[in-house]
Design a protein around this ligand. Structure first.
Ligand code: C5P
Length: 403
């Protein structure tokens, strides 16, 4: 059942748009409310009137419709839903999504949303198989977009193959699965990510090469298993995932404060590359070179260790505290020592020597060290490391409940 769930349905242009009418009916039968957005091309195939009649709600069509902006802005429209469904998702809509275009209401909503997106592609088989579409689909899957179909079969254009839109009941099943939760439903997990910037003066700072890719992937993987994720991120170069609560911070001190504000949590994963030191008193104006060539004296102080603080706290300590040990030498030995010293439950050790290409790269090679054992994982995409970690966290939390 989908009782009380709010779906925003984007209807793209294509002969399959007629199936969107049945989809609306099926979703509403199960208790969901459906707010529809009809693209200009979609309106060539189904009328706004029939969509509105089935949805029992106003249909949104134009980005620059001032009435709609005063009633409900496009940002609000993109956030009000529990899930955004695109059916039919044309090759054009997928391309816009994959490239972040926002030149009509549908694409703007898709770019502005912080919710998960499920697409039901529908297009000619050659278009589906085109390398450009393959690339776009891959990008979208990596971004965490969910897919229903396409199915294989005879197409309205007379050709045969993959490209037919999933049947409405299959899309409903995918919607139910997306909203059902997963093993981390009802759990709250904190993830820290990215570097921190420690100001020297208003224009300069101490930083490091962390891209935030691993932390973002972990947050996305936890959310995909149903967790409510507080994603506390320093100034990373990769964007935060959809479907998580993003708390942007700059410094280690701000990160610590944000972590405390986000507690309590069932688990916390400290993937951030926190700067070890901050400048004791950052200058309020830009530090100038002097005529005599005197160098500025920059006094450093150690930053609070967020992981250690949380791992060693009392009442509010998450049941599972996970840290990272990014090392260049004696990786495992250092990581084992770090696990003990900081008091965390698990540590993921990885070698960040420049020749590994891990820092800022797409892949990672980690060893998971727990109090009771060690598991070396093969080199794999950061997304795959994240998925494996999220599953291990889910299993651990289930186990600690006596399940
Ligand atoms: O001591 P080191 O920086 O190598 O420890 C790495 C682990 O500790 C990471 O999980 C990192 O997120 C966390 N950490 C932290 N606060 C710091 C330093 C590191 O949470 N000030």
């Amino acid at each position: 059942m989908l009782t009380g769930k709010r779906i925003t349905l984007i209807i793209g242009g294509g002969i399959a748009a007629f199936k969107a009418l049945d989809l609306i009916r099926r979703l509403r039968e199960r208790g969901a409310s459906v707010t529809s957005v009809l693209t200009r091309a979609g309106a060539e195939f189904v009328t706004p009137l029939s969509v509105a009649a089935l949805a029992g709600e106003k249909v949104f069509q134009e980005l620059f419709d001032l009435n709609d902006e005063s009633e409900m802005g496009h940002i609000e429209l993109s956030r009000a839903a529990d899930l955004i469904v695109v059916a039919p998702a044309t090759a054009d809509l997928l391309a816009k999504m994959a490239n972040g275009l926002a030149n009509d209401l549908a694409s703007t909503l898709l770019l502005a949303t912080d919710k998960r997106v499920l697409v039901a592609p529908a297009m000619n088989v050659r278009m589906w198989q085109h390398p450009a579409t393959r690339r776009n689909v891959e990008t979208l899957a990596r971004d965490g977009v969910l897919f229903s179909g396409p199915a294989e079969g005879a197409m309205a254009c007379g050709e045969y193959g993959p490209g037919r839109m999933s049947e409405p009941l299959d899309i409903v099943a995918a919607v139910e699965a997306a909203l059902a939760g997963g093993p981390l439903a009802g759990r709250h997990v904190i993830v820290t990510s990215g570097p921190t910037h420690e100001p020297i003066d208003p224009v300069r700072y101490i930083a490091n090469r962390s891209s935030g890719a691993q932390g973002a992937a972990i947050a996305r993987a936890l959310a995909a298993l149903g967790a409510r994720v507080s994603f506390i991120t320093g100034p990373a170069t990769v964007p935060p995932p959809a479907g998580v609560t993003v708390v942007p911070v700059e410094t280690a001190a701000q990160m610590l404060e944000a972590v405390h504000a986000a507690l309590p949590a069932d688990a916390a994963v400290f993937a951030a590359a926190v700067a070890d030191w901050r400048v004791v008193s950052a200058a309020t104006g830009k530090i100038k070179k002097t005529a005599t060539g005197d160098l500025p004296a920059i006094e450093l102080a150690e930053n609070p260790d967020i992981l250690a603080q949380v791992a060693q706290m009392g009442a509010d300590r998450p049941a599972l505290v996970v840290g990272f040990a990014a090392e260049t030498d004696d990786v495992l030995e250092n990581a084992r020592a770090k696990l003990k010293r900081k008091g965390c439950d698990w540590i993921l050790a990885n070698d960040v020597s420049p020749e590994t290409g891990i820092m800022g790269g797409a892949e990672n090679t980690v060893t998971l060290i727990t109090g009771t054992g060690e598991e070396s994982w093969p080199r794999m995409a950061k997304e795959a490391v994240a998925a494996r970690l999220a599953e291990a966290i889910a299993r651990h939390l289930e186990g600690s409940d006596g399940g």
